[in-house]
Design a protein around this ligand. Structure first.
Ligand code: NAD
Length: 368
């Protein structure tokens, strides 16, 4: 098959880590008989330098015309970069917000997977980690408290602020369907997280999720209150497969879940709309402190490319092959600087490699 992939290399380490993800995709293409056609799209600081704005309408149209977009990261050092002397709507990050909105990316996926080899980076106790955990946080991205009406005004002599949390049944239904579809590709369990003991929006959330669940009899559904979920992620993370939740709860829980896995250089993510289209990017930023040094960890971007294979192209075997190659390279003791053991005694057992070498190693382990 042939696939059209938009590539936003971006700023800082972005171009370095995206190069390695393309290397791995090309190896997948050679091994499985696919062809990935790439087109570079400018966004963020690179776009400001070339066009004066962080995202042009032409760039949006080009992204829209692709099967999926693979992104590195955008932005620079806020204290030194001239991009941050511009008004907020002209800064690099404004490009990303505009792209997400234009492409109607309402579902955000962030896996939290603990690799056995990196368990020392996990802050949880050994008996809690057991033989590892693998959960996927699915967060609604375009509704809820962050997009509701807000006002700050004087009422009865007191400054008063008000934020509004709104969800309609259609917004809940479309993310719930996505959550159940994703669960079908995994261990077939959805934990829907809400605050239905207090909030009306959560009670509607729960009702609609239950309606959607009827179309997925092979997937187990459970409900959990958000406060309990925050505790359970650190108490027993193994119990979770897909965590399905609204925007603000997902914002908080996805950071909590990702931090129990360890390094930011390992965390992939995807944002999806109602079609098969998705924007795939590492969870970390452009890391200006290490840009150009050839030491950034490309694994989060490579794993984001694996998500693209799985969720936009339905190439599950190919996605499995990328994930298995990452595991093998870690098992063989290869580490970028950010995932080196902290314990001096353990450093002798592993080999430190740079960005390009890590990409070569992973591409080299791709097999059918
Ligand atoms: P950051 O994630 O870029 O860096 C935080 C720390 O993690 C740094 O020490 C960095 O070296 C390290 N790090 C990050 N990714 C790494 C990798 N792949 N390998 C090794 N180490 C890695 O966060 P920041 O410094 O707060 O932000 C820098 C810039 O990135 C800012 O302009 C910010 O707005 C932007 N940003 C962009 C995105 C995005 O493009 N989606 C996301 C977050 C931040």
């Amino acid at each position: 098959m042939e696939y059209q992939v938009g590539v936003i290399a971006g700023d800082g380490i972005g171009p370095e880590i995206v190069r390695e993800a393309r290397k791995v995709l090309d190896r997948i293409g050679e091994t499985y008989g696919h062809k990935f056609h790439y087109e570079e799209i400018l966004m963020g600081g690179a776009s400001i330098d070339a066009t004066g704005v962080p995202l042009t309408d032409e760039a949006i149209a080009r992204a829209q015309s692709k099967d999926a977009v693979l992104m590195g990261s955008i932005g620079g050092d806020a204290s030194t970069s001239p991009w941050y002397k511009l008004p907020p709507d002209k800064r690099p990050e404004a490009g990303l917000l505009k792209l997400r909105k234009s492409l109607k990316l309402f579902a955000n996926l962030r896996p939290a997977y603990l690799y056995g080899e990196l368990r020392e980076a996990c802050p949880l106790r050994d008996d809690i980690i057991g033989d590892g955990f693998d959960m996927m946080i699915m967060r609604e991205l375009t509704g809820g408290l962050y997009f509701g009406k807000r006002v700050t005004e004087e009422r009865g002599g007191l400054m008063t602020a008000e934020d509004t949390l709104v969800y309609n049944e259609e917004e809940i239904r479309r993310i719930a369907k996505r959550g159940f579809d994703i669960a079908r590709k995994r261990r077939k369990k959805v934990t829907s997280v809400d605050k239905a003991n207090v909030l009306d929006s959560s009670r509607l959330w729960r009702k609609v999720v239950e309606e959607v669940a009827r179309d997925y009899p092979d997937v187990t559904l459970e409900h959990m209150l958000v406060d309990n979920c925050a505790m359970q992620i650190v108490k027993d993370p193994k119990q979770f497969d897909v965590i399905l939740t609204e925007n603000m709860f997902g914002d908080i829980l996805s950071d909590e879940a990702s931090m129990v896995t360890g390094s930011i250089g390992m965390l992939s993510s995807a944002s999806l709309n109602e079609t098969k289209f998705g924007l795939y990017e590492p969870s970390g930023g452009s890391a200006p402190d290490i840009a150009g040094k050839g030491i950034a960890n490309p694994i989060a971007t490579i794993l984001s490319a694996a998500m693209m294979l799985r969720y936009s192209f339905d190439l599950d075997a190919e996605a499995d092959a990328v994930e298995a190659a990452v595991r093998r390279v870690l098992e063989e003791g290869c580490r970028t600087i950010d995932i080196m053991p902290r314990d001096e005694g353990k450093k002798a057992a592993v080999t430190q490699v740079g960005t390009a070498e890590m990409g070569d190693l992973i591409a080299g382990r791709i097999g059918k």
